[in-house]
Design a binder for this molecule. Structure first.
Ligand SMILES: Nc1ncnc2c1ncn2[C@@H]1O[C@H](COP(=O)(O)OP(=O)(O)O)[C@@H](O)[C@H]1O
Ligand SMILES: [Mg+2]
Length: 305
């Protein structure tokens, strides 16, 4: 199996067609809508969805469009992100000052810097991998916003980006009540097909596009990309540059049902694999296609009569 870039270069491409592609989806529009409101009201919002569904891209596009000042609070291991790290990030990003520490970050310094900055710009603190934040950090975030400013308003927006709802755990009910959560839905069939068309569309015929956009992997950008590369590779090894519906069947079935070669029985307690879902989708599609072609045939012969 070639890797992604090898497949692309075998097709004569000079750049990765997925890189820097920016595609509008229902999810990305919803993220923009919610963030617009969140920024206006200096709210605390979580954007939740599985890895690869497009959270980071949607958030980046929305924040760019909103023209806000974005501060990323991160550590190599987000479990260890503390409220002091978040305060430090605010101070360093919004001023040229050094962080004054007397054991803790000086709240006076923080209040002055964020207070002044927030009059000139809209500030959004983005915390990625927020499902890994310590619940104590979440609680401190809330109190930092409430106590630290002594002002009538919150001074900035907090955006938590997470693979699962960061508020869905013990010890953060106070924070949960004061924040909203947006769940990403994933790509619809039509969006998946549109995304493929706008990136590697010329290597896929219409029937293959329709077949693959139905697959469960097509809901997630990263998984869809992986599938597309596998399909391109499959076609290339057959000496073709255009992926057919048959390729989609073969690759989807192969990936979903790896046959045990040793002849040993499968373990009994296997969870329902996505493979079964794939097979049923493909079977359904095959059935639909039969009906379509039958009725096509009938209308043709009707015209001939
Ligand atoms: N709206 C989009 N338009 C085009 N490509 C996208 C879009 N969203 C995601 N992608 C692609 O999917 C990949 C994973 O998206 P990302 O936003 O990093 O997912 P997440 O943050 O949910 O794990 C990106 O690197 C990009 O190639
Ligand atoms: Mg991400």
């Amino acid at each position: 199996m070639m890797n992604k870039l090898e497949v692309f270069s075998s097709l004569g491409l000079k750049v990765d067609p997925f890189h820097k592609a920016s595609f509008t989806t229902g999810d990305s529009l919803r993220v923009l809508r919610i963030l617009t409101m969140a920024v206006e009201s200096r709210a605390m919002v979580s954007i939740v969805g599985e890895r690869g569904c497009g959270k980071t891209e949607a958030v980046k596009a929305a924040l760019k469009k909103l023209g806000v000042t974005t501060i990323h609070a991160k550590r190599e291991d987000q479990e260890k992100l503390t409220i002091a790290d978040i305060k430090t990030a605010l101070i360093l990003e919004l001023s040229n000052e050094n962080v004054k520490r007397g054991g803790v970050v000086s709240s006076m310094q923080l209040r002055r810097i964020v207070g002044e900055a927030s009059r000139k710009q809209k500030i959004v603190v983005v915390i990625e991998e927020a499902q890994r934040l310590h619940s104590a950090t979440l609680r401190s975030l809330k109190s930092m916003r409430e106590i630290e400013w002594l002002s009538e308003d919150e001074l900035f927006t907090i955006l938590l980006v997470a693979q699962s709802d960061p508020m869905n755990r013990a010890g953060v009910s106070e924070v949960r009540l004061r924040s909203d959560c947006v769940h990403m839905q994933g790509l619809t069939d039509a969006e998946a097909a549109g995304y493929v068309r706008s990136t590697v569309g010329r290597y896929f015929d219409d029937a293959s596009l329709e077949a693959l956009s139905d697959l469960p992997q097509a809901k997630n950008f990263l998984e869809l990309q992986e599938l597309l590369v596998a399909l391109l590779y499959h076609a290339l090894t057959a000496g073709r540059e255009v992926v057919s519906e048959q390729d989609v069947r073969e690759v989807a079935c192969r990936e979903s049902a790896p046959l045990p070669r040793s002849g040993k029985a499968k373990p009994q307690s296997q969870p329902v694999s996505s493979g079964d879902a794939l097979k049923s989708v493909l079977a359904k599609r095959a059935a639909t296609n039969t009906v379509t072609s039958l009725s096509d045939h009938r209308s043709v012969s009707g015209a001939e009569l």
